[in-house]
Design a protein around this ligand. Structure first.
Ligand SMILES: *Cc1c(COP(=O)(O)O)cnc(C)c1O
Length: 457
């Protein structure tokens, strides 16, 4: 296949947003609002997304448009109006930036201390590009993978894309990454994340992965790559200049007897419909890699059971294994995208009931919170009290996993922090802080927050 102009990766950002011909369909006011939001929250998309995934006859409601373009509702009306006024008046960049920074600080830029937490060290030297929360899984944020082929409007890592969150990288990143893994024989899974590690060239990714296939790394069984590239730039695996080289790297992982788990972020079934993504999936699978899928449930984008059932069915048909359904995190433009836990669970359940057992490999809805990954199993009435039944899929303490626990039903709760223990209990079983030191209640800080970090503004 030759590289057609459509196949070439062509990004659109705030700087060249006006070069997107389809935007002329929108009103002047709407475009100004979009630009205003893009001054606060990161915006990046590309020609494939614009031309192949968005149904412009259905804009602004189109889910792929909602997924990739700034929406006026993502900022509070007064903040949006403020930035729009500055733009209209032709304010200086520095003035706009000052206002944007103040708005960003209100948007909980550091949910659950994402990057500062669980940073391991090598002989006392911290390794900020690594995160080691669960014993057998090491997260690695390669310095060259700190962007994406397009940004999702709901992204929980938005702060790092607007330069708020200085992820520091070691000068000797590759070396320290390998040395850490060599010493930590309890690690079986390495998860490349970002940003999107798949923005890297094949030679670069090889420099990280290849040593793991050789001597000294027998304990590393699974190499995972968390990526949105299949959804946003599938040409990467088919017509990009190093597509074949990338496939050879994946094959080499399989040949070394390791499992390459391609953790694909698919948000909407439309991302699975184009011939190019189907070809990309076929090529990746032909290397022996296994593609698993995960995404959050988000309002305006995929908040319907039929959408999820359709997506899981298409995935199974294409050989992609549904893995996780997440709860949208409590950061950034969450008030625009978030859904009550009760609603998120209803979507999961209704979708799950519709699909073949082969698609029921998916677990959710799951919250990646400070104490661990908490799964909403459902709602129930126990001795007259309506409750949420929850459990840990992963816990800071391994002993927490798989023990059902109960929270008072709250139709408005959107995150773990909003929940209170059921049955008059003073705290959840995993909260060790004595009650008198941590008064409960959302306004005064809950006992849960005493073992976690402040998560809500
Ligand atoms: C989800 C997650 C993992 C991987 O968990 P699995 O259940 O094995 O997919 C590893 N580290 C962190 C910090 C996570 O949030």
């Amino acid at each position: 296949m030759g590289t057609t102009p459509e196949a070439r990766y062509t990004p659109y950002t705030l700087g060249n947003m006006d070069a997107i011909p389809q935007l002329s369909r929108l009103s002047e006011r709407r475009r100004l609002a979009m630009r205003a939001v893009a001054h606060v929250l990161p915006f990046r998309t590309n020609r494939y997304v614009v031309d192949e995934l968005i149904d412009w006859d259905n804009v602004p409601d189109d889910p792929m448009f909602q997924l990739t373009f700034p929406q006026p509702g993502m900022l509070e009306p007064s903040d949006l109006a403020h930035v729009m006024t500055l733009l209209r008046e032709g304010a200086a960049r520095a003035d706009i930036r000052g206002v944007a920074d103040r708005i960003r600080l209100k948007l909980n830029p550091h949910p659950a201390g994402q990057l500062e937490q669980n940073v391991p060290d090598l002989d006392g030297e911290p390794l900020p590009g690594l995160q080691h929360k669960y014993r057998e899984t090491l997260l690695f944020f390669p310095g060259r993978g700190q962007t994406c082929h397009a940004y999702c409007t709901y992204c929980f890592r938005w702060a790092q894309f607007v330069g708020m969150e200085g992820l520091k990288f070691s000068q000797r990143e590759t070396e320290t990454f390998h040395e850490y893994l060599r010493r930590h024989t309890e690690v079986s899974d390495v998860l490349f994340t970002g940003g999107d590690p798949m923005v890297m060239r094949a030679w670069h990714l090889r420099a990280y992965i290849e040593p793991l296939l050789g001597e000294g790394f027998e304990h590393i069984r699974h190499i995972r790559i968390g990526t949105k590239s299949l959804g946003f730039h599938p040409y990467k695996f088919v017509t990009d200049p190093d597509a074949d080289e990338m496939m050879r790297l994946f094959e080499d992982v399989a040949k070394a007897g390791k499992h390459l788990a391609f953790m694909a972020h698919f948000t909407h079934p439309r991302e699975l419909e184009t011939p190019i993504v189907q070809r990309a999936i076929e090529r990746i699978r032909a290397t022996g890699a296994v593609i698993r899928s995960q995404a959050p449930v988000v309002r305006h984008v995929n908040d319907s059971a039929d959408t999820w059932a359709d997506m899981w069915r298409r995935q199974v048909a294409l050989g992609v294994i549904p893995y996780y359904m997440f709860v949208e995190r409590d950061t950034g433009p969450k008030s625009y995208f978030e859904l009550p836990l009760a609603r998120t669970h209803a979507i999961y359940r209704d979708a799950f009931r519709q699909v073949s057992g082969l698609a029921r490999t998916v677990r959710g809805p799951s919250m990646s919170a400070t104490p661990g990954k908490v799964l909403v199993l459902g709602t129930q009435k126990v001795h007259g009290e309506k409750v949420f039944v929850l459990t840990f899929l992963r816990g800071r303490d391994r002993d927490w996993v798989g023990r059902p626990f109960f929270a008072r039903y709250d139709e408005r709760a959107t995150w773990l922090d909003d929940l209170q223990p059921a049955f008059g209990e003073r705290r959840f079983f995993f909260e060790q802080v004595p009650e008198d030191e941590a008064p409960r209640g959302r306004s005064s800080g809950s006992g849960l927050r005493a073992v976690s970090e402040p998560q809500r503004a």
